[in-house]
Design a protein around this ligand. Structure first.
Ligand code: HMG
Ligand code: MG
Length: 286
């Protein structure tokens, strides 16, 4: 059976900050990551090596990576959309990279300026390079149930893209409800389709809390055996190319919810509260 241990992957420095319009000081981003390093996370997504024209807020990715104090046992992960991003991530000493595709054509076009098929082609050399350098690679699928441009997404489309990312060598696929419009029923149907090819031990849930349903959706995923969830301290987040996408589900809420259901997360609530307070203050300056 599925274990009692659930792992939360912290998103605030990346998904949380990428959409903030006013520039945030590099030193403050570093401080946020360092506060998060004290919480007990195994994985923290630090930044993205993407085009600074597309995501100006994260243009300081290399400086953030160079400035953080790395705690043993924590993996510092970054987003890489292409070889240029992978090479920069490698130079910055990222422990792990993530490639990201969409289950919908509309979001793929708006977010990474290419079709789904073109994005998979673009990831092939990234996957080869990651393997060659012994760097773990995670995969995201966005818009797993709803797309801001294409509407409802067929479960089979999500399953197909997830399977393609797995074939590229991702050790885990994170399923993103990018705009937080998924209902528990829709999430359950999507998971049924995805799990025809991918076991729950290699899946993660990435829920945005736009409609206040993220915890319900996490509950559905837990019932299906998924034991990894992405969350963001202070509920920071949103995607610049997903209109209406609010924050990732709040890490403290997820931690409390999981502990209430009898799961262990390994996270310190005190350290989380400190990091969340700092994260919220960062946002209120903007
Ligand atoms: P493009 O304009 O088609 O790319 O963008 P290009 O190859 O034509 O390059 C254009 C310019 O960008 C060139 O510079 C490149 O050098 C530069 P120029 O010659 O004009 O000066 N460039 C780069 N610079 C730095 N690092 C790079 C890089 N690549 C190209 N890696 C591209 C295509 C994919 C690059 C662009 O669309 C992009 O960067 N998109 C990223 C968008 C993004 O980060 N979105 C948010 C993350 S996804 C998300 O939030 C969802 C998730 O949380 C899960 C969920 O919630 O569903 C993961
Ligand atoms: Mg996201």
């Amino acid at each position: 059976g599925a274990s009692n241990r659930v792992s939360i992957v912290e998103m605030a420095p990346r998904d949380g900050l990428q959409n903030e319009k006013v520039p945030i000081d590099t030193a403050d981003k570093i401080r946020l990551v360092d506060l998060l390093s004290a919480c007990g996370f195994e994985r923290i997504e630090v930044t993205s090596f993407v085009s600074p024209k597309w995501v100006p807020q994260l243009a300081d990715a290399a400086d953030v990576m160079a400035g953080i104090a790395r705690r043993p046992g924590v993996r510092y992960t970054v987003l890489t959309p292409n070889m240029k991003g992978f090479e920069a991530a490698l130079a910055a000493g990222a422990d792990e990279v993530a490639i990201f595709a969409s289950a919908s054509e509309g979001f793929s076009r708006h977010n990474i300026n290419c079709s789904i098929a073109e994005s998979i082609e673009r990831f092939v050399p990234v996957a080869q390079a990651a393997r060659k350098h012994g760097i773990a690679m995670r995969g995201y699928v966005s818009c797993v149930v709803e797309c801001p441009y294409d509407g409802a997404i067929a479960p089979a489309s999500t399953a197909d893209v997830a399977a393609q990312l797995m074939e590229l060598g991702c050790y885990e696929i994170s399923l993103g409800d990018t705009i937080g419009r998924g209902t528990p029923d829709a999430v359950d149907r999507m998971l049924t389709a995805v799990m025809t090819t991918i076991p729950p031990a290699r899946l993660a849930g990435h829920f945005h809390d736009t409609s206040g349903r993220a915890l319900d959706n996490i509950g559905v995923a837990l019932d299906r055996g998924i034991r990894v969830f992405d969350a963001s301290v202070g509920g920071l987040g949103g995607c610049p190319y997903a209109p209406g996408a609010k924050g990732n589900v709040d890490t403290l809420l997820v931690d409390r919810y999981l502990k209430g259901r009898g799961f262990e997360t390994g996270l310190s609530e005190g350290a989380l509260a400190t990091a969340a307070e700092f994260a919220r203050a960062l946002r209120s300056f903007t």
